[in-house]
Unconditional design. Sequence first.
Length: 370
Amino acid sequence: MAVQRIGILTSGGDAPGMNAAIRAATLVALAQGVEVVGIERGYRGLVDDVMAPLSPSDVAGILREGGTILGSARCKEFHHREVRDRARAVLAGRGIDGLLVIGGNGSLTGALKLADRDELGGQPLAIAGVPASIDNDLALTGLAIGVDTAMNTIVEACDKIADTATAHDRTFIVEVMGRDCGYLAMTSAIAVGADLALFPEAGKPEAAIVEQIVDTVLTVRSRARRTRRVIVIKAEGVAIAIERLKAAVDARLRERAPGADPAGIETRVTVLGHVVRGGRPSAFDRLLGSRLANVAVRALLAGSSHRMAAWMPPAELPADIATRSPVDPYCWLVDLAAVLAETDNLIAGKSPLARWRAGAFAEIEDALLL
Ligand code: F6P
């Protein structure tokens, strides 16, 4: 049965472009005569019944803004069946029979559990997911909302760091977000023109990482070039505290280059942290959020459920797992359970994509240093 009223929530870490998705979902559903309810603060607002109808004026102009107008939260209690039962009762009471979840791995896992057919016990509830996570750690989509803006933020910050690094012939280790996934570190290293990228998929032990940074610094400093600056991009997911890494690298540099001025050779560190997650969404993220939301809402309206709208999945997928969206040739509707299973593999570094990313980087590492 086609849905009568759609609820929208954003959950987990916010991502620039979520507002574009909220806006597009609202406008597309309203244009089809379906009511839309905005649920505040993710699953927390759902459980606490904090929600209000969304009208075109509520979403006017929001696609320019970072963050999410609905707010977001991480709701650990959602792992408990009784909390999900409460959420389902709230949805039934509000007459919401379609739910659009915009978020990352944890958020989409919550959606799948909420719409577990055994737990639903006949309650009508269709769900659809829109991938949003600056980390790009969701599988079976080429990109998630927020990644492009985050990369642009990193590039802008590193360009600034490169100015001062060049002026002083210094080495900077820049830590970027990416808890379980090195995508942002890898791609921004290329876009920045960094000398080295450190990411968890490489699976390198700490001593090897220290040695690799020192090798990089000494190689660059041995050159007779105008600049001998070094930029190393480290993913947050490389589990070495950055200050400890700096201390270990500096100590090793003193050992391996005893003649160098210690003050001149020692590294500097910058942790970009949550700066990477904020800011106005790029044009691409506005478009991506709008297109994925359009695809997801139209799928809900067409009677589909348990699917995530995906942007050009990076693999051929069987027809029972993924179908091309009938409304957008760049988008696919992918089985949500398959997305989450493959995301586990991606995060564990076991998926073909994770292996390809690490392998591709290993192949270009020498080129980065030239
Ligand atoms: O949204 C993903 C992410 O930004 C990770 O890169 C980071 O580790 C985490 O969220 C930070 O979460 P919080 O904002 O809850 O500290």
